[in-house]
Design a protein around this ligand. Sequence first.
Ligand SMILES: Nc1ncnc2c1ncn2[C@@H]1O[C@H](COP(=O)(O)OP(=O)(O)OP(=O)(O)O)[C@@H](O)[C@H]1O
Length: 882
Amino acid sequence: MTPMMRQYHEAKEACGDALLFFRMGDFYELFLDDAKTAAGILGLNLTSRDKDSENPTAMAGFPHHQLDQYLQKLIRAGYRAAVCEQVEDPKQAKGLVRREVTRVVSAGTLTDDGLLDPREPNYVASVIVPSDSGKRKGGSKSKKSQADPATQMVGIAWAELSSGRFESGVFPRARLDDELARISPAEVIYCEDDPHIHPDTTMPWVWTRRPAWSFARDAAEKSLTKQLCVSSLEGLGFESDSGPAIRAAGAVLSYLQETQRGSLDHFRVLTCHNRSPVLQIDAATRRSLEINRTMRTGSRDGALLGVIDRAVTPMGSRLLGDYLAAPLIAPEDIAYRADAVSEFVANHSLRGDVRKILGDTYDLTRLLARIATGRTGPRDLQQIAVTLSGLPTLKARLTDRVSHCLTEIESRLHLCPELRTNLENALADECPISAADGNFIRAGYDAELDSLRELAKGGKQWIASYQQRQMDETGITNLKVGYNRVFGYFLEVSNAHKDKVPADFIRKQTLKNCERYITPELKEYEEKVLAADEQATVREQNIFQQLRQMAHTNLAVLQEVAEAIARVDVLAAMAEVAAQHHWNRPRITDDSVLRIEGGRHPVLDVSMPHGEFVPNDCMQSPETGMILLITGPNMAGKSTYIRQVALITLLAQTGSFVPADAAEIGVADRIFARVGASDELSRGQSTFMVEMVETARILNTATSRSLVILDEIGRGTSTYDGLSLAWAITEHLHEQIGCRTLFATHYHELAALEETLPRVSNLNVAVKEWQEEVVFLHRIVSGSADKSYGIQVARLAGIPPEVNARAKDILFQLEADHRDNHDRPTIAPPSGGKSGDTFQLTLFGYADHPLIQKISNVEIDSMTPMDALQFLQKAKQELAHS
Ligand SMILES: Nc1ncnc2c1ncn2[C@@H]1O[C@H](COP(=O)(O)OP(=O)(O)OP(=O)(O)O)[C@@H](O)[C@H]1O
């Protein structure tokens, strides 16, 4: 093995399962299995080293400047990559160039701007299910009690390397998927010995196994207290029951320390989650409501977040994502934010000014992370200076505001004048990204640097004049002063003028067409120039380090400023969308009510041309009805309506205005949305099963304070099964839970429930029939619909005319049969319903059953008790076989 391959293997061993990018000159190379894997994913040419040997080494590579692009591709494909750099100048190296793995990059530990979407956070999360959690205290340690997800707790921590955000909490295991959906991490680490975690590879994050020791409680406590410079975690809110949260946080920290070789000084606070409860939204609801991503394409654009995001800074966009992911439930917290939004809506010029200033700032959070991890460059420092320069005006504009929230934000805008002045005075107008490029310190900032630069410049000027002097003295008209690394400065004379070369020229090199010479005088100046250049570079790098250190010293204060900028940006952005689209501030109450006048779907309201969306009201209260059953034709707007009510509620609880003329929103503790078939087939569950699992969850966890929206239940099974389930579910929601529910359905039979269940109201979506066409009015009116117009809608969708005509024919026959069926069975109301009521279920055609005929033909008066018993026995047998 060559020394270089030995070096490669050592590096490879140190980076575990990550693919190793090995820097060789201007290329990154991958070898052996890594090369084969990478060639497939990255589309690189697979070649080999030592082709003639018995065991050629597979290799693949790419030019160094394409690193970002290939890293991104590899990480998107779910891999981790270790970057092994040359850590000394090859020219200075004695023998083999020293190389080191400088970082291991995975989906959750990205920091490079080129690899991150500035509007999205990029978390690495960690989960741990302690083996003793869920056991009954002092009781049996049976398998059943150990694995009970209802009582079992999990620790979840999440951190963002590019911002320093770090949170951790303890959650019921049953909520693990929902919490991960809320956090939406790029990578989840878990303990390789954890029997409770079964990585679901269909989720949009990568799973990374970690050794058990990295989840150990004591080690976690020790490394966390050291990192956060605290003596105990109790002060941060982690109490005796916080073990799993601490273990998860410790595992994240150890993962970051291992993969990042630089410092993690920006991780200064570990926030204890769970301390203030938020609106709970499960993973299915989050998907159904398309809060952060659309269901079909999974993109941000088109989802609620993408459509309403008017933030002018990436920090604001990210925070808006947080607000929508976890809306509030305490009316006073909601009012605190909404007051600020109101102030921005009312004060147009304030909003404009603030947004203008914020638009000129940079992503301070991520700039600070680069400072902390030692990856900063002169341009980063310059962007910090520009951001700081906007603060005095921003602060002045936010002074004496009415809302407490803006006043509090103002107090957090620390101006850091000393740092700003230093950066502004030191940095040139145009700064390079990397400090190695040099020439970024402004002239006049540092006397020593100036004089070294003068010296180098003076030397260079002297050399230029020396060339002219030699040309004049020797008469060699094309004499040139040149420079290379081997000989330094030299005089170049073409062969044609060789005979004119004076005796004091010392020949150094002979080329094909010319000769190169040096003179003692030239060498003397060369030393001066080179020495001054080198010293200037060293001096400039020192100044850069001082500036970086100064910014680092201000890290905590600047992080507070960054947070304040993000908050004010979100509030002004919420006001901007409200003002542009005539949204209004909802009245938030603690009662279980919903009153929306002229409500619109927030996404369609913003994306459809003004005035095209038909607004609708929604009234829900114990008096006017808690369960709204919405029937109506296909394409009428049922789904849109029920979703809009859920989204208006969600927006209201973030502190935002809502797309409605007026709204009164009773705070919901949870929102559930069971909408449409989701893409769970890949997870091995049928559409119907998924629907039932989600519905079961609603029935088991909804409270009287929840808001439930159901878009058709039981579609994936037989009509009778589906209708029976929908019926029973509605009864259960009405009788047992009593929460606000909007249920869009094609089962027109359900409308009968309004007659017997006092808090059920029927609504339908109005349509007009015109010359065999349906005209969708999208207006919600009271009462139930009686037709679905499915066949007309199918025609619009392009179903061939002959299929459509046949369907019409069949429908006609079915409806005729149905009308002729006079022996409708009756369904007794559930216990607890109004006594004496019966439901007529037109679809339940049991009258046709032969047994029913037999029973009605029986003449009881002429039967002996034995005949009756025998009849009963026969009937039972018949039933069993039918
Ligand atoms: N209030 C409205 N104003 C204008 N357009 C609307 C309105 N509501 C819905 N629409 C439009 O009508 C179309 C159908 O809406 P939606 O999917 O809500 O119908 P639906 O009744 O749930 O249909 P289906 O029963 O077939 O699922 C949507 O594309 C939407 O853009």
